[in-house]
Design a protein around this ligand. Structure first.
Ligand code: PLP
Length: 338
């Protein structure tokens, strides 16, 4: 199948597969105290500085672990109306923490301090849940990327008002590749308190990592991680995949490639009649409205998801293994149908 449906339709990068095989040797201490996990933790420290690392099976588990670390049941997480934690996690954060989510309308998936300011008057009012966390996705669910200045402004605003910033980094590699800075400069140096570092969408078989920078959030984190059901006894097999991802900047090479494929796709379709690109193509997603009658025949050749059934806005995702031939084949098929 050639698909633009999701970056997790893709398989496993060969270097990741080899790393799993290399870790499949002898007995190792379980629950993360093994040699492979230790080595990977050091690699994360090399990239990010002082950091506590916890490995999880999936992005929902990573987000719930992060939010548990910084939220009490009467507190609230401010997020965008498109946030994965709100729209795509079956209520996991609210169910397992008891906190509430305060979604904000946004045209491009991003939050700004101006949007959040009106929520500040909840603070101290016993009748309101208390905003404690600003949760952002980088890149966003709409394929846009926060600039460094935008991230710093949000973090400064959060900290000035007693809040933390959580970053859902399921696609952090794509965002950082687009920004052209280091992982550290795009996260902890901006003031991010806690984040997930995505693996599954960028070539891993399974796994995400929770990265905790704020010292206040570290002490209870291992207990929340365990309670969330995300502590894997054979942790080495998740951790070692991240070692391969960080080695020789594999994360960056793969994410840059996926982003380039999205740029190519956007360029090729932008001049077609009756095709309207609806979001800035900052990372590896292209959002576009196309005539309703071409959707099904195009999708039968190259699966993809409809983002908005009212406007017929479609989402086309590129991944680390999307090829130029697939992009040109897709564009050719779309042209013929149009
Ligand atoms: C923004 C975002 N966060 C997190 C996830 C991870 O979700 P899952 O729990 O399916 O791994 C996804 C996957 O679609 C996502 O798009």
């Amino acid at each position: 199948m050639k698909s633009f449906a999701s970056d997790n339709y893709s398989g496993i990068h060969p270097e990741i597969f080899e790393a799993i095989q290399r870790a499949n040797t002898n007995h190792q201490i379980s629950y993360g105290d093994d040699q492979f996990s230790e080595e990977t933790n050091r690699l994360f420290e090399k990239e990010f500085g002082k950091v506590t690392v916890l490995y999880t099976f999936n992005g929902t588990g990573a987000n719930v672990t992060c939010l548990k670390c910084c939220t009490l049941p009467f507190q609230a997480v401010v997020c965008s109306e498109y946030a994965h934690i709100l729209a795509d996690e079956c209520g996991a954060p609210t169910q397992s923490i008891g906190c509430s989510l305060l979604p904000l309308k946004t045209s491009d998936g991003k939050l700004t301090p101006e949007m959040i300011k009106p929520l500040l008057n909840r603070i101290g009012n016993v009748h309101n849940t208390q905003p404690k966390v600003i949760s952002i996705s980088q890149s966003t669910e709409l394929g846009t990327v926060y600039s460094i200045a935008e991230l710093k402004a949000l973090c400064d605003f959060a900290h000035a008002n007693g809040m933390y910033v959580h970053l859902d980094g399921a696609r952090i590699s794509n965002a950082v590749a687009a920004l052209g800075v280091s992982l550290k400069a795009a996260t902890v140096d901006c003031g991010i308190d806690i984040m997930s570092f995505g693996g599954t969408k960028n070539g891993l078989m399974i796994g995400e990592a929770v990265l905790i920078f704020n010292e206040e959030l570290k002490a209870n984190a291992p207990y929340f991680h365990k309670q969330t059901g995300q502590l894997f006894s054979k942790n080495r097999f998740i951790a070692t995949q991240f070692a391969a991802l960080l080695h020789n900047d594999l994360w960056l090479r793969m994410a840059s490639h996926a982003n380039r494929m999205a740029q190519l796709l956007a360029k090729e379709v932008s001049n077609l009649p009756n095709v309207k690109i609806t979001q800035k193509v900052d990372a590896n997603a292209v959002f576009a409205i196309i005539p309703v009658e071409v959707i099904q025949p195009l999708r039968s050749q190259y699966p993809f998801y409809e983002w908005d059934a009212q406007t017929h806005e479609q989402r086309w995702m590129c991944s680390f293994d999307t090829t130029e031939e697939e992009v040109t084949g897709f564009v050719k098929a779309l042209k013929e149908l149009l």
